[in-house]
Design a protein around this ligand. Structure first.
Ligand code: IPE
Ligand code: IPE
Ligand code: MG
Length: 245
């Protein structure tokens, strides 16, 4: 893909996070079962990941399954987990070909064993890649991540592994599962919902939010480009005045 003229190569967001929403509604619109929507959602994952890598984005975090999604009908949860296993197994080669490093955040231990194994394998196999880092949020919720971090910190203090007078931002961050990544500059949510749904509450503190009516299976490379172009038109002030920038 030639570099799109709509966007400026020199002010790309380093990290984009996406709440991939609307698979179920897309399936319904097409008179199909929800799982069909999830399968087509995988096509968008492929497109957008490839697009982000081609553009030179460094980190892409995809919200694939939330803590709350465990409460969906059992058959849907099972189908999603199966889809996850087959997709990861099938895509590892392409990830390597495109120099993409796979990572995961969330309560991964909670996933079925087969998922966990496939995931670990793909993370290991792609670990030396130096292009895009693709981070899958699986069994993830921000409240889980924050509490998990605080409990680990408490354990470290109790077992004398760490000693703190006060906990500052950088210490707190070091206990999050996102500790190795910069905060996303841009958050995209598809399907016309205007909420965060327990995603990256700490990390999104100063992100630019972009909402689109498109359902996730409809979201393609050009939509990613449109979101980045929109982001690039914004003035990020971080509390200062325009004149100070
Ligand atoms: C997003 O699509 C995928 C997951 C949450 C796993 P949904 O399944 O939430 O689709 P809608 O929101 O019901 O349309
Ligand atoms: C958010 O979508 C979670 C993922 C995209 C994985 P949901 O469809 O679960 O969110 P709500 O329930 O509409 O907030
Ligand atoms: Mg949804």
């Amino acid at each position: 893909m030639p570099f799109p003229k709509e966007i400026d190569k020199n002010s790309l967001p380093e990290h984009i996070a996406i709440i991939m929403d609307g698979n179920g509604r897309w399936a319904k619109k097409n008179n199909r079962a929800r799982v069909f929507g999830h399968k087509n959602g995988v096509k968008s994952v492929r497109e957008v990941t490839e697009g982000a890598a081609e553009l030179g984005i460094k980190y892409l975090t995809l919200y694939a399954f939330s803590t709350e999604n465990w409460n969906r009908p059992k058959a849907e949860v099972t189908a999603l987990m199966q889809l996850l296993v087959t997709t990861i197994a099938k895509e590892t080669k392409t990830l390597n070909k495109n120099n993409i490093r796979l990572q995961a955040i969330g309560d991964i231990k909670h996933l079925p064993k087969s998922c966990n194994q496939e995931l670990e394998k793909a993370i290991e196999t792609t670990s030396k890649n130096t292009g895009l880092t693709l981070i899958l949020a699986l069994s993830y919720s921000s409240k889980w991540e924050i509490l998990n971090g605080i409990n680990q910190l408490l354990n470290d203090v109790k077992s004398n592994k760490a000693e703190f007078e006060v906990v500052d931002e950088s210490i707190f961050k070091s206990y999050l599962c996102t500790k190795d990544y910069p905060d996303p500059e841009l958050l995209i949510r598809t399907s016309g919902e205007f909420r965060i749904s327990n995603f990256l509450l700490w990390q999104l503190a100063y992100s630019e939010l972009y909402f689109t009516e498109k359902l996730w299976p409809e979201f393609k490379k050009e939509d990613l480009i449109e979101a980045i172009a929109n982001y690039q038109k914004r003035e990020r002030r971080f509390g200062k005045t325009s004149e100070q920038l």
